[in-house]
Ligand binder design. Sequence first.
Ligand code: FAD
Length: 481
Amino acid sequence: MTSGLAALEARLADELAFLQLPAPRWTPALEHEGQPVADVAIVGAGMTGLALAAALVQRGVSVVAYDEAPAGLEGPWATTARMETLRSPKQLAGPALGIPSLTFRAWFEAQFGRAEWDALDKIPRLQWMDYLRWYREVLALPVRNGHRVTDVRPRGDGLVELAVEADGRSATSAWARRVVVATGRAGLGGPALPAFAEALPRTRWAHSSDDNDYAALAGLRVGVVGAGASAMDSAATSLEAGAAQVHLLVRRADLPRINKGKGAGNPGFVAGYAQLPDAWKWRIRHYISTQQVPPPRNSTQRVSRHANAHFHLGVSIVGVEERHGALQVGTSAGPIELDFLIFATGFKVDWRQRPMLRHIAPSIGVWKDRYAPLPGSEDDELAESPDLGAAFEFQPRAGANCPGLDRVHCLSYPATLSLGVITGDIPAISEGALQLADRLAGILYAEDIAYHYARMEAYDEPEILGDEWIAEPLPPPSAAR
Ligand SMILES: Cc1cc2nc3c(=O)[nH]c(=O)nc-3n(C[C@H](O)[C@H](O)[C@H](O)COP(=O)(O)OP(=O)(O)OC[C@H]3O[C@@H](n4cnc5c(N)ncnc54)[C@H](O)[C@@H]3O)c2cc1C
């Protein structure tokens, strides 16, 4: 087995060498207050942060990625996710950045062979995390785990100051010229919860992304609100943990069946979306979100195979209160008594849930500041999306005074309205990472143009030595005829 991976790693080293990657560092090494200044600091070393770090390293840019999670436990895959397999088809190139030996398939086949690959249906969730761990290690990416970024303060002098708590110790300052927020699906906020949830005792409910103790649901009557992939994963996990009953409470009269986002995917959509007029961006994203993404078939069957799983469609919750030692849930179809509720209700932009951004959040322009959707296509989630510039940078809202705000860039899910599907899902994460890395490299170069010009002037490596020819005077006119 190991020899298979060792052979792959040798092939990868060759591919990188053939492509002359990584480029040597070409940016000036800066210091501030005796500390190195990173060209780019990335907050988050999940799949997106890793892909971006790899793309920046390839471009000869100095980078550091901070992640508060312990090494190998970044992102949802081995922590809060509960699906058996990924939704994504196995053959997607994911964060491989165009390098064949960096794909999941190469990694899988190196260990288990082509026949196993052919037999594989979908990628097991934990195996995907194993692949991401290998990706980080084989590329020796500069990730600092156990490092939580607690404050991002752009300044007017070309630097961004980060407050970083390392391994629980009190925060110290770190410096970067550019910062990328790669904090994931809930990257600029957190769970989207119905108002009544907050009024319930915390022991009675969880959000699907919480680190919930499912074993404690054994013997209980559990309600799951929602009908997406996480609803199925939460319901199935509750059932497998021994819940007495699981009731899926679904507002829609039917489960969505078609994944319109998948149908929209093609190289033009990936490359061209960011240049579309606002009205088209809104129309596309609003359509995809109102159509909703169906839960995967295998995840739905994982629930329905249990006799004590109950799908209630066309049922919306009108109120909940704790009474008689249980939750009395009022619904549009009548009351139901439950012991525990799981809200599989997705995420929203909510700056209060991201204290790291508290200094810049009031200055960040969002779509509702400047775009008025057509009547009937209003959409709160889209309205709160950050209004990003061409380099994925936050842009100031009218009247804001936050020098250096444009030094903070966003490559996480809420950027999707501005940038398209390159912001964190497996199908186009390489494109997102490569595009942003190119923009950042270009910006860093342009900012230092005087330095690079001076380096060009000072460059003195001869290509010819002067001994390759002998200079002669012109021949006299008669001889030339
Ligand atoms: C349950 C689930 C299943 C999914 N399944 C699929 C799928 O099958 N196919 C697909 O294409 N997409 C899927 N996605 C969507 C997407 O691919 C994942 O959300 C993926 O994890 C995105 O990677 P990311 O790096 O952007 O974010 P994450 O993996 O969430 O990484 C963000 C990182 O930021 C760190 N962080 C956050 N705040 C700080 C801070 N202040 N300081 C330091 N570190 C911080 C976190 O610790 C985390 O490790 C799924 C998402 C979820 C939630």
